[in-house]
Design a protein around this ligand. Structure first.
Ligand SMILES: C[S@@+](CC[C@H](N)C(=O)[O-])C[C@H]1O[C@@H](n2cnc3c(N)ncnc32)[C@H](O)[C@@H]1O
Length: 349
């Protein structure tokens, strides 16, 4: 596998990785089509009927598949194609408008896909980290790798609604993150105390930059209720808090950033929907680098992304695993709407 070239979508799911460049054209197109069908069935279905239909239409469209096959494997993802199309069209594409765009403006579309990356920044994922963060000795020093615009670096500012259990965060007018939690999730009464925070991203997005904000909006899927409002209010919180995000690599720059964490804090290195974008060797090296630090490691990635950890047999396709180190703590929705605690170390409520 080549560096960062997974055909997976942002939640890290793909039927089976294949380096399409090694195969014949027909097989390459079939692989891309298969990934779009997988996206339709396991990611878009139940969330965005429009994108479920669109992904299936792409899977059956020879011209669009040919266009995609001219891009590097990491740039063929549904999220990237759909967000780039939305960016150029100014509305979410449907099969006809996408086809027209690909045929009429392939150079422009391809250039945008090459220059942008999937950087969906979903504040609601904080609801999945919150139980583990709050259970740690406080205060915390947070280091998020793959922080995008920093919206998942602000777990203490948001308000949480876990059904019968609500937790108020620090910010007024913050998004309320609604998350269905299984009974065994050790829900805290308060948000964690964060003394220091830093992000690392190869391409930090700036919440004050109009183009970056437009890109974040284009990454949302049509039909997902509440996401647009949540994004807007999380951006407003980030504009006030301005978390520091270092431009850098999750492996190369982690030790340097970690050194800046203040004494007396529990240092937490965490990430969500990030490791899928780097190759397996780098994932292993990253795990080893975190182990070298005096830090707690929390992650939210798809099953199989960290090969040392198996998915619980009942985990839903398209779901993510919340891990503390190598231990699976919970299975969870990729967009933060539910969490099921699976860890034996659970506390109960
Ligand atoms: C899908 S976004 C997830 C953002 C955020 N963690 C969330 O869950 O909302 C993945 C992010 O990882 C970043 N990324 C990918 N490879 C990286 C690397 N090698 N080092 C640092 N960041 C990386 C991307 O730029 C992108 O912002």
């Amino acid at each position: 596998m080549k560096e960062g070239l997974s055909d997976a979508d942002e939640s890290g799911h793909f039927p089976q990785f294949r380096d399409a460049r090694d195969g014949a054209d027909v097989e390459r197109l079939a692989t891309i089509a298969e990934n779009y069908r997988f996206f339709a069935t396991h990611q878009a279905a139940g969330r965005s009927t429009a994108y479920e239909k669109l992904a299936n239409a792409v899977a059956g469209d020879h011209d669009i598949l040919s266009f995609l096959s001219g891009l590097p494997p990491a740039k063929r993802q549904p999220n990237l194609l759909f967000a780039s199309s939305q960016y150029l069209l100014e509305f979410a594409p449907d099969p006809a408008t996408l086809r027209e765009l690909v045929l009429a403006q392939s150079a422009k579309l391809g250039a945008l896909m090459l220059s942008r990356r999937t950087q969906t920044n979903e504040a609601a994922r904080c609801a999945l980290f919150l139980p583990a963060l709050a259970a740690l000795p406080q205060p915390l020093a947070l280091i998020e790798v793959g922080a995008a615009a920093g919206l998942t670096l602000l777990p203490d500012y948001y308000t949480y609604d876990y059904g019968d259990h609500k937790i108020k965060g620090l910010a007024d007018n913050a998004p309320v993150l609604v998350c269905r939690a299984s009974n065994s999730v050790p829900l805290p009464d308060n948000v964690p105390t964060v003394k220091w925070r830093a992000g690392i991203d190869v391409n930090p997005l700036d919440v004050d930059n109009e183009e970056d904000v437009k890109w974040l909006r284009c990454l949302l899927w049509p039909g997902e209720e509440g996401r647009s409002e949540r994004l807007n209010s999380a951006i407003n919180v980030a504009r006030r808090v301005r978390p520091w995000i270092e431009r850098g690599d999750l492996l190369d720059d982690l030790p340097r950033v970690a050194q800046m964490a203040p004494q007396g804090c529990t240092v937490v290195v965490y990430h969500s929907a990030v490791l899928t974008y780097v190759d397996i060797d780098k994932r292993r090296a990253f795990a080893a680098a975190v182990a070298e630090l005096d830090a707690v490691w929390l992650s939210l990635e798809a099953a199989g992304v960290l090969p040392a950890v198996d998915a619980p047999s009942d985990s839903e396709p398209g779901s993510l695993l919340v891990r503390g180190g190598n231990e699976v703590l919970a299975t969870a929705d990729t967009h933060g709407t539910w969490i099921n605690w699976t860890s034996g170390a659970q506390k109960g409520r």
